[in-house]
Design a binder for this molecule. Structure first.
Ligand SMILES: [Fe+2]
Ligand SMILES: [Fe+2]
Length: 289
């Protein structure tokens, strides 16, 4: 199988970098922010982020997700180690200001080091380290709106608990009767594994790594951007009892993703041996992407 190489792909989207979305989410859920203040999220979003959501909500349809799943989920792009993927992802920020922005690897390590400091199990630390590796989709040429952003189910009514819900009016699925009802194409409490989520970096990294990690880690990876559910309690009518249990882990993880950003910059070189060991404990040398 071919080894994945860096490409000269043009990164497409209205944001300067995909980190703008992460920064917006962190602002939106700033610690101690009230629900009312949260409702003002539009004022926290810069024009690039707002335009990004306009595109995301307009284009993430049931059929679009099906096409992307068919394209990527056979995992036939090649083999790469976890560390190689992290270095590959790091090429995403080449054009940003190195003094103010942390690199992709630094964000991953800030997240995982915060988890490690709190004494959590090694698989949890590892999950922190890999959680955003699915953003390599950007390097495969996917537009920003198909890589980052809050995720949500497609094939049923869009919840008004999703940010900028008004932008869903431009989504063709909003006019298709079979997708407009509360449950849409799904059975009540069918379980999220049976629900098609908007396409992005969460689903991709979950699929790449799922056979190597325990179930709580799989949920953290797969649903970490599903804010409507893990922050606002939406879509419980599609969740089963196991989803409810596992979302406790998703919420536990989310705090580290959101609030580890201001922490000191990790010394990537000094920490690498620890991460080499940690990765080798769970993963073979190379895995399919
Ligand atoms: Fe993420
Ligand atoms: Fe993240």
């Amino acid at each position: 199988m071919a080894h994945i190489r860096n490409s000269d792909t043009v990164l497409t989207g209205p944001m300067q970098s995909v980190d703008e979305w992460d920064d917006f989410v962190a602002t939106r859920y700033q610690e101690n922010k009230s629900e009312d203040e949260f409702r003002n999220y539009a004022s926290d979003a810069n024009p690039g982020v707002t335009e990004f959501y306009r595109q995301n909500h307009a284009h993430q349809t049931f059929d679009f997700v099906g096409e992307k799943q068919a394209e990527y989920l056979p995992l036939q792009r090649g083999q790469q180690s976890i560390w190689e993927a992290a270095e590959y992802l790091n090429t995403l920020i080449d054009d940003s200001d190195p003094d103010t922005d942390v690199s992709q690897i630094e964000h991953l390590m800030q997240t995982s080091e915060a988890i490690r400091r709190d004494g959590h199990p090694r698989w949890f630390v590892l999950t922190g380290f890999i959680h955003d590796l699915g953003k390599v989709l950007c390097l495969y040429g996917e537009p920003q709106w198909a890589v980052v952003g809050d995720t949500f189910p497609v094939g049923c009514a869009f919840s008004d608990q999703i940010v900028f819900p008004e932008f869903f009016a431009a989504n063709p699925d909003s006019k298709r009767p079979e997708y407009r009802t509360l449950h849409g194409v799904y059975e009540p409490y069918c379980g999220l594994d049976n629900v098609r989520m908007s396409w992005g970096h969460d689903e991709y990294i979950y699929r790449v790594t799922r056979k190597y990690l325990p179930e709580p880690a799989q949920y953290m990876l797969r649903y970490h951007s599903f804010y409507a559910a893990h922050k606002h309690g939406a879509y419980r009518h599609l969740m089963n009892a196991n989803d409810e249990r596992m979302f406790e882990w998703v919420r536990k993880f989310n705090a580290y993703d959101l609030y580890s950003k201001g922490h000191e910059r990790p010394d990537v070189k000094a920490l690498k041996p620890y991460y080499d060991d940690l990765i080798a404990e769970f993963f073979p040398d190379r895995i399919d992407w």
